[in-house]
Ligand binder design. Structure first.
Ligand SMILES: [Zn+2]
Length: 647
């Protein structure tokens, strides 16, 4: 007896020692079910082969400059020997362009040096956004190489007044005149109001097509970046006191010489972003196994808490409908986004634009933006504050839900965001409207669908662009208006049409099966309709007919209604949605001007500004700062500035 007790004690001690000796769990950013699922997929007939990026990121100069040392472990999965590996630096694929914004000289990130381990190579930068790795001997299929690079970057500084709602609205308008070869910049690699945004900031493997590596992006609209899964281990050296939000999880923090080193691990992510700052605050809420964390500036606490509430409820709604979310946490971070972007998705982290966090009176403030913004701010005056009081929270809720939906559409279920951008964007829009329905009821969902989805289509039509196919490459849209109108404005209603045809039970079963089928994989453009057809074979022909009608043909005006500016702006400008006859007439006369601004018709002729101003009853331009009621005549200086900005 005694002896066996001694034996037990010995066994117990050994067991305790071996438990102590166990390392921290591998893949700490993944939930247990996702770890098991990845292991299952990796053992399957077409195993996942994820590249691994080791990043050492050092922020200096009060958050204005950054050094990025990367070691990329790449296994050749192309099935053929490779003489060359192409990396892309997507922060350099865009250029800041906005009225009054100086374009920086040179690229955002500068290539310093590169080398390889395991093979001799030469790394060069044939252009700002491309790194070419020439291998001395071919990399055999299945063989691996480690590529080391160093980049040094200077972050674009975004002025606070540029991130207001009105300023961003005007930037969107001005960007309509932007050339196709020069994509706009959304402030992804930038700093503003003490928030440092590091996205697209490290070299990633280029996309591949039948001809090999892709060195350019074919057009300027849509999301840039890779769509493939990767593992990331990152080390950030930040000033003491900085708060850091990233994709993945922070596994360790240590002090080094007056700075802090943060160790971050992210597994099976399609991209990786980090935001940090000395003043960022955060608050979190648990949704089952997942910790949802909202980061925001102290002055924007009310909006930050609304974002947390929305993100947590949206995640719960989506988990119930689409299945479990794969990561242990989800960060929702305020960011100084510009170029009209409302939010941007990354795996495990989404950003929401500062413009939605500001109180209404600040949303309209655009000091230093020039006469245009001042004129519009004055024109809208106090009445607009009242309207914005209701609009801003609704926009913030919708944008947040859209970005959280991307955790499924583009995150968990991958898709080709360059060739078929509708796959994730239209479904994220539909999902945001569905979240509104689940939380606030069908009537409110209908209202928000009109205001935040259908209006994209109607604005496109009002500005003179034709209806057309939704499913086409990002580079084949006629500019950002058409892209927004068709992908964000019309495409989401394709899913509404399928839902009506299939009935709720079959439709939601199919959505769940769609996730089960393509989880951690890449869905083809027909992926969902094929899954739905398999779910209800008797209606398959009808589903395919809806797909053609909504994604390939042009029935938008019949299906979504003819656009009417007065109807669209009624909820914003009128009392209870009603406009007085004078304003209604003025808005109708604005239509032709919008068409010319949209650049679709009469290009080169130039708008008849004088005629339109006379129609609007505008007199001589006069400064219209301050608040109070203003007539439509105040549009005169606004339109003049706008047209000057466009020419
Ligand atoms: Zn989106």
């Amino acid at each position: 007896m005694q002896r066996s007790v001694a034996m037990l004690a010995l066994v117990g001690t050994l067991a305790a020692r071996s438990a102590l000796a166990q390392p921290a769990p591998a893949q700490p950013a993944l939930r247990p079910w996702a770890r098991a699922e990845l292991a299952r997929l990796s053992a399957g007939p077409s195993p996942l082969a994820m590249p691994r990026y080791d990043l050492a990121v050092s922020l200096a100069d009060a958050g204005r400059t950054v050094t990025v040392d990367e070691t990329l472990r790449y296994t050749n999965t192309t099935g053929a020997p490779l003489r060359e590996v192409i990396l892309r630096v997507y922060a350099n694929a865009t250029r800041p362009q906005a009225p009054g914004v100086q374009r920086p000289v040179g690229p955002a990130l500068r290539f310093v040096r590169g080398s390889c381990e395991g093979l001799a190579c030469v790394v060069s930068a044939p252009s700002d956004a491309v790194l070419a790795v020439q291998l001395a001997s071919p990399l055999a299929p299945g063989a691996a190489v480690s590529i080391r690079t160093r980049l040094e970057g200077t972050l674009l500084e975004i002025a606070a007044q540029r991130t207001g709602l009105l300023a961003q609205g005007l930037e969107s308008l001005s960007s309509l005149g932007a050339s196709h070869e020069d994509p706009g910049d959304y402030g992804l690699f930038a700093t503003g109001e003490g928030i440092v945004s590091l996205a697209n900031f490290y070299p990633v493997l280029a996309r591949r097509n039948a001809a090999g590596w892709e060195r350019s992006d074919h057009g300027s609209v849509g999301d840039f970046g890779t769509d493939d899964l990767a593992d990331i281990e990152a080390r950030f050296e930040l000033p003491e006191g900085y708060t850091l939000a990233t994709s993945g999880v922070t596994v360790r923090v240590e002090g080094v010489g007056g700075r802090r080193r943060h160790w971050v691990s992210a597994t099976a992510v399609r991209d990786f972003a980090a935001l940090c700052g000395a003043t960022l605050q955060h608050e979190s809420r648990r949704v089952g196994e997942v910790e949802v964390r909202a980061y925001y500036l102290p002055a924007h606490r009310a909006a930050g808490r609304q974002v947390l509430d929305t993100a947590a409820r949206a995640l719960a709604t989506f988990e119930q409908r689409f299945g479990p979310y794969p990561y242990t946490d989800l960060d929702v971070v305020e960011a100084p986004l510009v170029g009209g972007a409302g939010g941007v998705e990354f795996s495990g982290l989404v950003t929401v634009a500062s413009m939605f966090y500001r109180p209404p009176n600040e949303a309209l403030s655009t000091s230093n933006q020039g006469g245009l913004a001042g004129a519009l701010g004055g024109l809208l005056g106090g009445q607009a504050n009242h309207t914005l009081d209701a609009m801003l929270p609704a926009m913030l809720e919708f944008v947040t839900a859209h970005e959280v939906a991307h955790q499924y559409w583009h995150g968990l279920v991958g898709s080709d965001s360059r060739d078929h951008p509708f796959i994730d964007e239209s479904l994220a829009q539909w999902s945001a409207a569905y979240y509104i329905e689940a939380r606030h009821g069908a009537a409110r969902a209908q209202h928000e669908s009109n205001q935040q989805v259908r209006s994209n289509y109607q604005l496109m039509r009002l500005m003179g662009h034709p209806d057309g196919p939704v499913d086409r490459p990002a580079g084949r849209f006629d500019g950002s208006l058409s892209y927004a109108g068709l992908v964000y404005g019309k495409g989401p209603f394709y899913y509404s049409a399928l839902r009506r045809e299939a009935g709720d039970a079959a439709f939601f079963r199919a959505l769940r099966r769609y996730v089960d089928t393509y989880r951690f994989r890449t869905a083809p453009s027909q992926g969902f309709v094929d899954v739905l057809s398999a779910e209800v074979p008797a209606r398959a022909a009808r589903f395919q007919a809806l797909r053609r009608r909504w994604l390939e043909e042009a029935h938008g005006d019949d299906d979504l209604g003819r656009p009417d500016l007065a109807e669209m702006l009624g909820p914003m400008l009128g009392q209870n949605g009603q406009l007085d006859p004078e304003t209604r007439q003025a808005l109708q006369q604005l239509g032709p001007l919008l068409q010319q601004l949209g650049g679709a018709q009469g290009a080169g002729a130039g708008p008849d500004l004088g005629g339109i101003l006379r129609a609007l009853g505008g007199g001589a331009p006069r400064p219209s700062q301050g608040s109070g009621s203003h007539g439509m005549g105040d549009l005169a200086p606004m339109l003049q500035d706008l047209l000057q900005g466009l020419q």
